[in-house]
Structure formats: structure tokens, C-alpha cells
Design a protein around this ligand. Structure first.
Ligand code: AGP
Length: 611
């Protein structure tokens, strides 16, 4: 999730480009760059630098690029670590074309091979650089026609701004699945990934839809659809303040990130399921059956929410690939002399990629001879650099301390890993694999469906939000999700919430269940459904208030609970991706009800870099 901007007008472009990028830095801050053209000099001037935007500002200080047309970018690395060469804008072999891009070009490897074959010279490791080289290939004097040919060749999610030296008064931009807005000025027009970048200059905007192509000049904006047919756009008048704009109109980053989960999951799945749903594709691993069969044991090591994702990962890898998995808290693992040899695979999970305990556990596993891989959300992070291999979650920057979209994308990668290993070991029938991957493809839409109606959860938060103790119950995968639900509630509402394996209650904790105490009980796992019901009856018998979580079509649970939250039906292996959503929302609205600082809860940090 990068930030892109563009400017064409009467004024100096660089000023707006830097100002706009400053407002978009919450989208990514690995590197930044601008390209500006004054219509006279013999080249487009490109200035870019690894690190925060301030590094770029320092670099051009006293020598700001001159020109009234330009594009800019602040990067959240996906393909190719943070570096000057991987920074955007990217240009073609001649330097006559420059491009900034947000998103993932899924088929970039094949296009890059073809272009290199044709003599193009690439400077970076990015997927984006195929765009200016394709433009160079197709340009025959008609900028828009060349852009359309480029768009016909690429697959994936993107918002892009194209710049051509031969067309010094025109920028062309387009999008697919990633946001793009055009700000309408007087004698100038602005392009940006998001409204915060332009709100200081204009409140009159065009919100660009998938497949639309906009030809932007200083005094006109010509928009057509994928087929080139003209479109009349309605002006969207922005009435948000700048801070609200950064949150996309949501009150908090946490709520914004909860609602970004359909896209985060779609991006994390992109290019990783074979077109016929027969197999998982993890090109970054290139494992063989022989390699996977050499693992006598898998460790999954992490902290906090990532640890909870690891617990679900154990379930997926053991259930699908039949390889034994141990899950451990990183701060415990590194000091308990784990039994490891070179037939051990250690997987560390970390959103930030900087959590010190997880990094140290990774180093310890390597020291003991384990093969290692990381599941992380930050390209170029310490953990990504330390691990032998990395599978990235594409959740984009997660700003709120309480992790939400990173958790669901970690579950996705855990499932992909289990199915990938199963594919290599032949431990899952082809028909079952197709069924599972087909249902997995449907998860982003089901997440959107689940997030549609939050009112009942708001009501529970207001009704039970003043309790000091809340319990979460579940069996099997439900128990693992209950752990995550209780952590979310704890860390942002400061309620003492505890999650228990439902069968464990009668061995002590049941003593804590008294009249009116809220119990959130998940019951989605068929194999242990009746057992879960009987545990719910145990707490009901002590007059607890039970909020059940079940799959649509469940006709039993409401008989034994005070309330039921339904999520769409899917395979019980995949349902944690849906049942966690109402728990995230319950924590959010409870924290709101209690007047807590949702995005920056007390005593916590987004990335824990101390022991
Ligand atoms: C989760 O909401 C917390 N922010 C915290 O438990 C977090 O999951 C933990 O610190 C691990 O962080 P990481 O994924 O960046 O390594």
C-alpha cells in the first residue's frame, strides 16, 4: 500500500508533490521519490531516496526540480526491499517515460523476462518497472493508446500514474482495486491515491473506479472506461478534515484497518492460488516434496496476536500436511533449549518484523541448525532479512496498535502454507483441495458481508462494556480465535478478559462464573459442537450472559445463549477468518464505549523492540 501523487498545472509541481506525499506517508515510508518535467530540458528529472520522505526533502533541498508537471511516490515495499534503486518513480531505458504505482503486478516476472529478451535493461527488483518499459515498447506518438496497450498486458491490483516527456502537459492515470482520486483545481489538477494528499488544495474531486483511465491536463480531465468510451463523472465534494481523511473517513485507524480486511486478504491471496483451484503457488519458496518430507518437526514462534495466528497455523499444517508442529511464545522459546536439528523448520510470524523476542528466537533456531522462514508484513524488516525464506502478508501498513488485518492475513498465509505442503506431500485429495481453495477465494467477499452489520455488536458493547471481567470460550479452532478475541478486548478496553478451551472450564475457571458475567462462546467446529454446547450450558447454569458466535444455518445455539452473532458459512478450517471479525468489532466498540484511546492504548507499542 504505497502513496502516489501527480500534478499538472501552472505552478511548480514539486511543492504539491512533496506536500501530498507528506499526507500519504501513513500508507508507506520505505522510500520516496518524484519525477518532474519542465517541457524544455532534455530529460525528465527523477529524484528518489530510500527512507522517510524527509530524506528526499534533504536531498533536493536548494536544488528542487523545476517544472509544472510531475509525479511522486512514497513506498510500502512489496517486491524488492527498501533501496534507492527500488524506489519509485521508475523509468524506461530512454528516461522518456516515468511511472509511479501502488499495488502488485501479478504477472510481472513473465513480462520482465519478455522485455529483457527484447533488450530492455532493468535497474530494480520491483514489479512496477515493467510498466515504463512496456510503455516504451508500445509508444508510437499516441500516449493514451500506448497506455491502453500496457494495461491490456498487466494483471493484478494497481493505481498508476504515467508520465511521458513527449507529452509535457499530460498525465495519464488508472486503477484496478486500489484507490485513486483526482483533485479539480483552477488551472491545475491533482492526482492522488487518497484524499488526504489533495484536501489542502481542493475539495472538488473525481473518485476513479476500476478500469477507468483519466487523461489529466491543467485545464481538463478526460475520463474513459476500459473500452475507451467517455464517462461523465460526478464531482465528489470532500467535507472531511485532514485527520479524518487519513483515516479514510473512519474515526480510528483500527476501525479503518478492520474494514480493510477484504482487500488485505485479497491482496495476500493474489497470485497464490492456481487458476483452477488445484494448488497453492508460493514462488518465493520453491519447495520440493523431498524438502518438505525432510521436516521431522515444525516450530511456529511469535508473540501476541501473531502467536495466536501461529496456533491456527499449527492446526492447518498438521491437519492438511500431517507434519507435527509445535507453537511457542518467542520469549519462552529462546531460553528453553528447544530440541532442534537440521530436519526442523522454524517459522516465525511477525507483523512488524521487528519484535525483538521473535527476532532473537529466529537467531537461536538458526544457531541450533534449523531451517527458517518468516511470515511478515514488512519487506526488508530485520526478521525478513534474518530468515532463510520469507512469505509476506500483503496487509499494507497497520497503524493501530491492536493488530487486526495483519492477523487475518497471517491466517491466510498459514493456510496457504499448510495446503502448499499438503500439495507436495500428497496428503489432501485433489477434490478436497479444489473445494478448500475455492472456498478460500470466496473469503474476501464473506468478510465484507460479515462487516456489513455492526449494530448488534455496538449494542452488546454498550450493554456489557462496563463489566470488568469477560470470558471467551471455544474448542479447537474456536479456542484459538477466542484467545485473539480476548487479547483484542484486553489491550484496547482494559477489561480483564480471558479465553479458555471450553473443556477446561470445569477444572477450575468455572468458579469465576457468576450471575451476569459476559461469556463469548464460539461454536463453529462440527466435530466438537455438542461438547461446546454442554460447556455453554455449564456457564448458563451459573447465570452467565452468553453471546454465541456461530455459522449461518446454525439452529441450535440460540437455545442455550442470550444472543447469537452469525457469520457466513464456510469450511470449518476457514471460519476463523470470519469469527474473529465480530470479536475485533466488539473490542473496538467496547473501547469506544469506555472512552479509551483506541489507536494508542496505554502501556503498549505497535512494535516491541525491547525484551
Ligand atoms: C496485537 O494487537 C499487539 N499489538 C501485539 O500483541 C502484537 O501482536 C505483538 O507485539 C507482536 O507484534 P508483531 O506481529 O509485530 O511481531
Amino acid at each position: 500500500m504505497c502513496g502516489i501523487v501527480g500534478y499538472v498545472g501552472d505552478k511548480q509541481a514539486a511543492r504539491f508533490l512533496i506536500e501530498g506525499l507528506t499526507k500519504l506517508e501513513y500508507r508507506g515510508y520505505d522510500s520516496a521519490g518524484i519525477a518532474v518535467y519542465n517541457g524544455e530540458s532534455d530529460a525528465i528529472r527523477v529524484e528518489k531516496s530510500v527512507g522517510r520522505l524527509a530524506e528526499l526533502e534533504k536531498k533536493i533541498d536548494g536544488n528542487v526540480p523545476v517544472g509544472c508537471m510531475g509525479i511522486g511516490h512514497t513506498r510500502w515495499a512489496t517486491h524488492g526491499g527498501p533501496s534507492d534503486l527500488n524506489s519509485h518513480p521508475h523509468t524506461d531505458c530512454t528516461g522518456d517515460f516515468a511511472v509511479v504505482h501502488n499495488g502488485i503486478i501479478e504477472n510481472y516476472l513473465a513480462l520482465k523476462e519478455e522485455l529483457i529478451e527484447a533488450g530492455h535493461v532493468f535497474k530494480s527488483e520491483t514489479d512496477t518497472e515493467v510498466l515504463p518499459h512496456l510503455l516504451e515498447t508500445y509508444y508510437e506518438g499516441d500516449f493514451e493508446a500506448a497506455v491502453r496497450k500496457v494495461l491490456r498486458r498487466i494483471e493484478g491490483s494497481y493505481s498508476i500514474v504515467f508520465m511521458s516527456k513527449a507529452d509535457p502537459d499530460t498525465l495519464i492515470c488508472t486503477k484496478q482495486d486500489n484507490p485513486l482520486v483526482i483533485g479539480l483545481g483552477e488551472g491545475e489538477n491533482f492526482i492522488a491515491s487518497d484524499i488526504p494528499a489533495i484536501i489542502a488544495r481542493t475539495r472538488r474531486t473525481y473518485i476513479i473506479n476500476d478500469g477507468e483511465v483519466a487523461v489529466v491536463k491543467k485545464d481538463s480531465v478526460w475520463i474513459t472506461n476500459r473500452r475507451g468510451e467517455p464517462i461523465t463523472k460526478k464531482v465528489f465534494e470532500v467535507n472531511w478534515n485532514a485527520e479524518a481523511a487519513e483515516k479514510g473517513g473512519y474515526e480510528h485507524f483500527m476501525l479503518k484497518e478492520i474494514h480493510e480486511q477484504p482487500k488485505a486478504v485479497r491482496d495476500t491471496l493474489s497470485g497464490r492460488i492456481a487458476k483452477d483451484d488445484s494448488a497453492v503457488i508460493l514462488d518465493e519458496l520453491k519447495w520440493t516434496a523431498e524438502y518438505v518430507n525432510s521436516f521431522s518437526k515444525v516450530f511456529i514462534i511469535a508473540c501476541g496476536t501473531a502467536y495466536h495466528a501461529g496456533l491456527v497455523g499449527k492446526y492447518y499444517i498438521e491437519n492438511l500436511a500431517r507434519v507435527p508442529v509445535e507453537v511457542d511464545i518467542a520469549s519462552e522459546f529462546r531460553y528453553r533449549k528447544p530440541i532442534i536439528d537440521d530436519n526442523t523448520l522454524t517459522i516465525v510470524v511477525s507483523q512488524s518484523g521487528e519484535t525483538i523476542d521473535t527476532l532473537a528466537a529466529l537467531k537461536e533456531a538458526k544457531r541450533l541448525g534449523s531451517k527458517t522462514m518468516a511470515v511478515t508484513n514488512v519487506v526488508g524488516s530485520s526478521i525478513a532479512r534474518e530468515a532463510d525464506q520469507v512469505v509476506y502478508t500483503w496487509a499494507g501498513p497497520e497503524i493501530a496498535v491492536a493488530s487486526t488485518k495483519a492477523y487475518t492475513t497471517q491466517l491466510i498465509v498459514m493456510f496457504l502454507l499448510g495446503a502448499y505442503m499438503a500439495g507436495l506431500r500428497g496428503t489432501v485429495e485433489d477434490s478436497r483441495m479444489k473445494e478448500l481453495l475455492g472456498k478460500l477465494r470466496n473469503i474476501p467477499a464473506q468478510i465484507s458481508e460479515t462487516l456489513e452489520d455492526v449494530d448488534p455488536i455496538k449494542a452488546f458493547a454498550q450493554q456489557y462494556g462496563y463489566n470488568d471481567d469477560v470470558f471467551f470460550l471455544g474448542r479447537a479452532l474456536d479456542y484459538h480465535v477466542a484467545l485473539e478475541g480476548s487479547l483484542k478486548l484486553k489491550e484496547i478496553s482494559y477489561i480483564h478478559a480471558e479465553a479458555y478451551a471450553a473443556g477446561e472450564l470445569k477444572h477450575g475457571t468455572l468458579a469465576l462464573i457468576t450471575r451476569g458475567i459476559p461469556v463469548v462462546a464460539l461454536a463453529t467446529q462440527r466435530g466438537v459442537y455438542e461438547k461446546t454446547l454442554s460447556n455453554i450450558k455449564e456457564v448458563k447454569a451459573r447465570d452467565a450472559v452468553v453471546i454465541g458466535v456461530a455459522a449461518k444455518g446454525d439452529t441450535e445455539l440460540h437455545k442455550y445463549t442470550d444472543h447469537v452473532i452469525f457469520v457466513p458459512e464456510t469450511d470449518e478450517l476457514l471460519i476463523p477468518l470470519l469469527t474473529v471479525l465480530p470479536l475485533q468489532l466488539l473490542a473496538y466498540y467496547t473501547a469506544l464505549t469506555r472512552g479509551c484511546d483506541v489507536d494508542k492504548p496505554r502501556n503498549l507499542a505497535k512494535s516491541v523492540t525491547v525484551e
